[in-house]
Write a protein that binds this ligand. Sequence first.
Ligand code: FES
Length: 362
Amino acid sequence: MATESYVLNVLEVIEETADAKSVVFEVPTDLQEAFAYTPGQFLTVAVPSDQTGLAARCYSLSSSPHSGRHQITVKRTADGYASNWICDHLKAGDTLRLLPPSGIFTPKDLNADLLLWGGGSGITPVISIARTALEKGSGKVVLFYANRDETSVIFADELRGLVAEHPDRFTVVHWLESVQGLPTGEGIKLFASYFADYTSFCCGPPPFMKAVATALKELDIPRERRHQEKFVSLGGNPFGEVEEVLAFQAKLAEVDDADEPEDAGPTVTAPVSLEVELDGQHYAFDDWDGTQVLLEFLESKGVDAPFSCREGNCSSCACIVLEGDLAMKHNDVLDADDLADGIRLTCQALPKTEVLKISYNG
Ligand code: FES
């Protein structure tokens, strides 16, 4: 089963830099609720593909919710089929199939002091957070923004404008590799040390995110004030049997068959006593026998649990284990800290204990 997808009109395609474009979608009134989002969330886009019917990709919303816009920003990558297709072909008036906003890279408190880290196109969720916090919150916002050179800086004008509007609250530090070289771990740590009581949000290329994560850990910034957004390509199809896919179903089935399930380790098959907190609701079940992953079990019970990729790639389905433990068949997105904090992907989760309590409320 896939979550419901929607075909939306493209209102505008904006050239941000030579290799990055923003795409603005028109969300009709009856879909405003489904497409409501918090800053830092992403949309899953179905890019047409001759090979598979569609290629699913997650792109962060670079707009802020209070603007009423739904805008993603996409930067070409050398071998990136979807990013190149969007940059080369998409234009105003076209349509694209989308899944509603998702993701957990979003501040709980917009009034907190925020230390934002953007590497290249990693600025997209970060600028959404900055815009929203400056407009709706009251804390200070510091952005460390690393780019290859001046021409690759996305949103340079907007950032200048936001600094001019909020001179006492917003500081942007640009780091250009062409001028300063790559930022070093020591340099990042020194910079972060001035803002040790801020809450960090970091998105960018893996080496940049790793350097920031290491620096923040070495500074003993507590886990709840360190957030990272990682994107990996979605290999499968979270859109279900939509028109574009039906023609390629047989081929997709072959690919699925070829995917060897990973070993989740020892799991429990006795009926599990399960309690779930989701959106202020409390559910209790006593008949999960581990033959389905947790997300599917909850869906079979009519629970509207969140998800996107269903492949362990995106973290949309993440929950926190409050009691007991869950094993995962596959995990491309949670790191050791996340796991130590009890975060698990329900689309991959099987029971490890006979009593379980989980929460989606973070
Ligand atoms: Fe993407 Fe579970 S739905 S990781």
